[in-house]
Design a protein around this ligand. Structure first.
Ligand SMILES: NC(=O)c1ccc[n+]([C@@H]2O[C@H](COP(=O)([O-])OP(=O)(O)OC[C@H]3O[C@@H](n4cnc5c(N)ncnc54)[C@H](OP(=O)(O)O)[C@@H]3O)[C@@H](O)[C@H]2O)c1
Length: 250
């Protein structure tokens, strides 16, 4: 039977790669969420070419009433990937208050809103994956908001996993390391500027710090998420799967 899976952050990067992976691997029906209608329409077309079917909704995950309104219109759901997110520096001794709130709203409250919107549509066999980060595993100076939100998201996945397992719904998180997307490009630019390096110098340093000595492609992350989403996964419950080439080993 065709599975129906909702993906936030589907317009680009990891969310887009998840949509294409699920289209290729199981001809899934994807509900693509994001804020850019043109980008979502182009992902929907790519999904069709990859063997799946798709529809999209333009919505901001931080808009609680818009997300709640989605609930009645998504139909039955078999899976959810909460990939929407933003990143950036929020140094504690600068005026970072507004950006702190923005990051927490997108990266922690957004997934909460998404889970709340999807839950009424999901029955036994449902699978949820919340996309955290290695910065949900350890701290990085200047990234207080992002680290707080991504640590919080792993806590949310653990609690929801226990809350929902008796309904047959399996919840997990993933913690990717550096993935070649727009977000990583921006991060490289900002950290290089903050540390007085060229972007190439910082990227080389960041790659050298990964045991497998490279960044990852969004498609590789999509495969890890695909496992947690699959009906075959009944063992990993309330876990955070590291997808980082060996950076975090617990
Ligand atoms: N790239 C990395 O190195 C890396 C590493 C670890 C974890 N992650 C996490 O992986 C997830 C995906 O990141 P990415 O690298 O694929 O980033 P990306 O290429 O910048 O894509 C971010 C996606 O999130 C969507 N989004 C952001 N804020 C939103 C909002 N308020 N409402 C709805 N959609 C929103 C964007 O949609 P629009 O088109 O509407 O902007 C876009 O689809 C994020 O949660 C990120 O924190 C990334």
């Amino acid at each position: 039977m065709t599975r129906r899976i909702l993906i936030t952050g589907a317009s680009r990067g990891i969310g887009r790669a998840c949509a294409l992976w699920l289209a290729q691997s199981e001809a899934a029906h994807l509900l693509l969420l994001g804020r850019d209608a043109q980008a979502l329409a182009s992902v929907a077309e790519a999904v069709r070419q990859a063997g799946g079917t798709a529809e999209f909704r333009v919505v901001d995950v931080t808009d609680r009433s818009a997300m709640a309104a989605l609930s009645g219109s998504v139909g039955a759901l078999d899976g959810l990937v909460a990939a929407a997110g933003i990143s950036g520096m929020t140094p504690v001794d600068r005026d970072s208050d507004a950006f702190f709130d923005e990051i927490v709203a997108a990266d922690l409250t957004g997934p909460w809103n998404t889970v709340r919107a999807c839950l009424p549509a999901m029955g036994p066999g449902g699978r949820m994956v919340l996309v955290s980060s290695v910065l949900g595993r350890f701290g990085v100076p200047g990234y207080g908001a992002y680290c707080a939100a991504k640590h919080g998201l792993i806590g949310l996945a653990k609690a929801l996993a226990l809350e929902l397992i008796d309904r047959g719904i399996v919840v997990n998180a993933v913690a990717p390391g550096w993935v070649d997307t727009d977000m990583a490009q921006t991060g490289i630019r900002q950290i290089a500027a903050a540390t007085g390096q060229t972007e190439a110098q910082f990227r080389a340093q960041a790659e050298a710090a990964v045991p497998v000595k490279r960044f990852f492609q969004p498609e590789e992350i999509a495969q890890g998420i695909g496992w947690l989403l699959s009906p075959a996964n009944t063992m990993q419950v309330g876990q955070c799967l590291n997808l980082d080439g060996g950076v975090v080993q617990s």
